[in-house]
Write a new protein. Structure first.
Lengths: 316, 231
């Protein structure tokens, strides 16, 4: 068996390793179908424990370094977010929010590492019109394939988390890959590797859920009675999960949606509209063929021409 | 009789045979530019509408080019159709006879045109096509701007874009259906296509399908050569 990552902390294998994530491991491919994979990879997950995060942005630096992106240097506008938002060059972003806890009167500094959630039911993939531009592997990773991307931005409309960004340089969409290229050779994501407080962990989804449980128990024992795991069922669960100390109100973490799901508008557009559309266009064309067969052409007769000539002669 | 039914360049060539000028060269060029744009838009749009039709993007040099060029063709179509609108809107205003014509639409479809009331330059069906096209093009250009992310991504929110992309695809389906009806009608009613290729129709065609228009032209002496042909 090829390497299957269980942690980001361990050192990578020294020997050359072949990729464990291949075309054969796809379970979904945008605007196309894939044969059911012969093997099921162990589902993986990244667990982000918000309560351990110190906002150092080592994850952002590691992401930039590994993916070799060049986020633009921006202006300090008095907030800690840097850059100001996710960009085609910045796949993950620490979002900072000051929250006045009404129960304790404490000012809480909530820091959330934003980025692709790797949904089990990915809205981006559903919306994508370009065959093979978005793929989903059986271990749960949702990845963008840039040579197939046409830059239409439909993924942005499909995503319930506002993650993909279109590059103005090559006109293709970018987002966190969950370091699919690292995971493929048995390593964890760069951000998890770099995190100094182990706020970011990586491993099998099962292991990460167990780890989350122990963390939630600990948080509850320390008074965070609403601590919980953010693994939203509306998108089939995610392969990036959060431990939140206030899991009852995820919105306070810079707008993390409470019950994310693919918008019904997107579902209508990608579902019903297509069938109705083909039916309507097909019926219109069929009606024409049928009508022309049954009724035959509407021809001008000799009498019509005579009448016209008579009329013109009279008027002239 | 209202003069709104006569458009620029409409005139009878007394012949014989009688020929009636229906569209000027400008109107025809304007029409075909619009038609070509609409067809290109349908092809490039359908490529992005359903994976089955993605292969159509090959006609435009791949997905990236299709995505990039589709909105620009839309802009050309918008202005081109605006030209048609300015030319044709007056003659397409509703008239008293339209109601009567519509109630007899089944006679028309069954091939009993003699039972139809006499109509002017456009019958109610043609007017319906005209106004549907005009409305749908407005809907398509506005919803199109909302989802034209290359230049206007920041102008609207993602929920607004979702609604726009749904509206855009529904309006596109409807306009393609309207286009099918328009093309079918032009083929089914023989002698119609020369109006847009050569600019004129036969006197019999005008008598049969747009008798009020022909009568009005005759009444107002809209003859191409004012002096009657020498006998």
């Amino acid at each position: 068996m090829e390497p299957s990552p269980h942690t980001a902390q361990s050192n990578p294998p020294v020997a050359a390793t072949t990729s464990n994530l291949t075309e054969k491991d796809l379970i979904r491919r945008s605007a196309s179908t894939v044969p059911p994979p012969a093997r099921q990879l162990e589902p993986v997950a990244k667990l982000i424990d918000v309560s351990k995060c110190i906002g150092c942005k080592a994850c952002q630096s590691a992401c930039i370094e590994w993916n070799d992106t060049q986020p633009a240097i921006e202006t300090n506008v008095g907030v800690y977010e840097n850059p100001h938002d996710l960009t085609p060059e910045m796949f993950t972003l620490m979002r900072f929010n000051e929250w006045d806890n009404p129960q304790t009167g404490n000012l809480e500094w909530l820091i959330r590492k934003d980025g692709c959630m790797h949904c089990a039911d990915p809205g981006c993939l559903k919306a994508c019109p370009a065959p093979g531009a978005i793929v989903q592997y059986s271990n749960g990773i949702v990845d963008f394939v840039h040579e197939n991307c046409i830059g239409c931005g439909y993924c942005i409309k499909g995503c319930p988390f506002n993650i993909p960004r279109i590059s103005k340089v090559d006109h293709t969409a970018y987002k966190c890959t969950l370091c699919s290229d690292r995971v493929a050779v048995g390593q964890g994501p760069a951000c998890a590797k770099a995190c100094p407080t182990h706020s970011i962990s990586f491993g099998t989804k099962e292991d990460m859920k167990a780890l989350a449980d122990s963390r939630i128990k600990d948080l509850k024992s320390r008074g965070y009675e609403n601590a919980g795991l953010y693994d939203p069922p509306g998108v089939g669960g995610t392969h990036v999960m959060y431990v939140l100390h206030h899991n009852d109100q995820p919105e306070i973490y810079s707008g993390l949606p409470k019950n994310p799901r693919i918008s019904p508008v997107v579902n209508a557009w990608k579902g019903m509209t297509k069938y109705l559309g083909f039916a309507a266009m097909g019926l219109a064309a069929a009606a024409g063929v049928l009508h022309s067969t049954l009724v035959g052409p509407n021809r001008v007769t000799r009498e019509d021409e005579d009448e016209a000539e008579k009329l013109v002669k009279e008027s002239v | 009789m209202p003069v709104k039914d006569i458009e620029e360049g409409d005139a009878i060539e007394p012949g014989p045979p009688v020929v009636v000028d229906r569209y000027t060269g400008g109107a025809r060029i304007n029409h075909w530019v619009t038609a070509i744009c609409l067809i290109l838009l349908a092809l490039s749009g359908l490529a992005l509408f359903h994976p089955w039709l993605f292969f159509l993007s090959g006609l435009f040099g791949g997905g990236q080019n299709t995505r990039a060029i589709h909105p620009w063709i839309g802009v050309v179509l918008f202005f081109s159709f605006a030209g048609l609108f300015i030319r044709f809107w007056r003659a397409n205003l509703p008239a008293q006879v339209d109601k009567d014509w519509l109630t007899h639409a089944d006679d028309l479809l069954a091939g009993r045109e003699e039972r139809m009331p006499e109509v002017g330059k456009y019958n109610a069906g043609q007017k319906a096509i005209f106004w549907s096209m005009a409305t749908l093009i407005i809907v398509l250009i506005f919803s199109g701007f909302v989802i034209w992310d290359q230049y206007f991504a920041d102008w609207t929110t993602i929920p607004q874009k979702r609604v726009a992309v749904l509206v855009h695809s529904l309006a596109a389906v409807v306009i393609i259906c309207v286009w099918i009806i328009h093309v079918y009608a032009a083929i089914w009613v023989r002698g119609t296509i020369p109006a847009m290729t050569h600019g004129s129709v036969t006197g019999g065609w005008a008598w049969r399908h747009h008798r009020l228009w022909l009568k009005e032209l005759a009444e107002r002496h809209r003859f191409k050569k004012p002096e009657a042909p020498a006998e």
